[in-house]
Design a protein around this ligand. Structure first.
Ligand SMILES: [Zn+2]
Ligand SMILES: [Zn+2]
Ligand SMILES: [Zn+2]
Length: 158
């Protein structure tokens, strides 16, 4: 993908993704607790963005014990802060970050019909957005770029 030629960008999935997430969290000085591992494992199951409630239900079912959505929110927010998860603002939902080892301002293509969010990275676009914010004397901590529309599967075939 554009903008990735200058660094070793790695995208992970499955067990490999869980390992990469654990390594990134530990490297940031945080502990990979059992609950955090379960929340990440649950999140990584979802192909489309999941709410904290979806994750809390899944973890509760697996543990056989009710986990409060608030605890899950806190963990998800930590994951977002440490680049292990991405928040899709317009859906108030989360996705596991397939590249926990490298930081990008991820761009989401969100389908209005099925809710599927496709994640793309383009550092040229995010550099431009950050530069524009700075020109307007605004400190761009976390640019959010989400494009709403229709995915290929939901589009009427012409
Ligand atoms: Zn990268
Ligand atoms: Zn990304
Ligand atoms: Zn769709």
């Amino acid at each position: 993908m554009a903008g990735h030629k200058h660094h070793s960008h790695e995208e992970h999935s499955g067990v490999d993704l869980v390992d990469a997430a654990r390594d990134a969290l530990v490297a940031s000085g945080e502990q990979w607790t059992d609950l955090r591992a379960e929340v990440f494992g649950e999140l990584a199951h979802y192909a489309s963005p999941a709410s904290a409630y979806d994750i809390a239900d899944g973890v509760s079912a697996r543990r056989g014990k009710r986990i409060a959505p608030n605890s899950v929110y806190r963990i998800l927010d930590l994951f977002v802060a440490r680049n292990l998860a991405m928040r899709v603002e317009s859906s108030n939902a989360y996705l596991a970050n397939p590249h926990p080892g490298c930081l990008h301002d991820c761009i989401f293509l969100v389908c209005d019909e099925c809710g599927e969010a496709t994640h793309i990275d383009d550092d040229a676009v995010s550099r431009t957005v950050r530069a524009l914010a700075e020109v307007a004397d605004f400190q761009p901590d976390r640019p959010v770029i989400e494009i709403r529309g229709l995915c290929a599967a939901c589009r009427p075939k012409g």
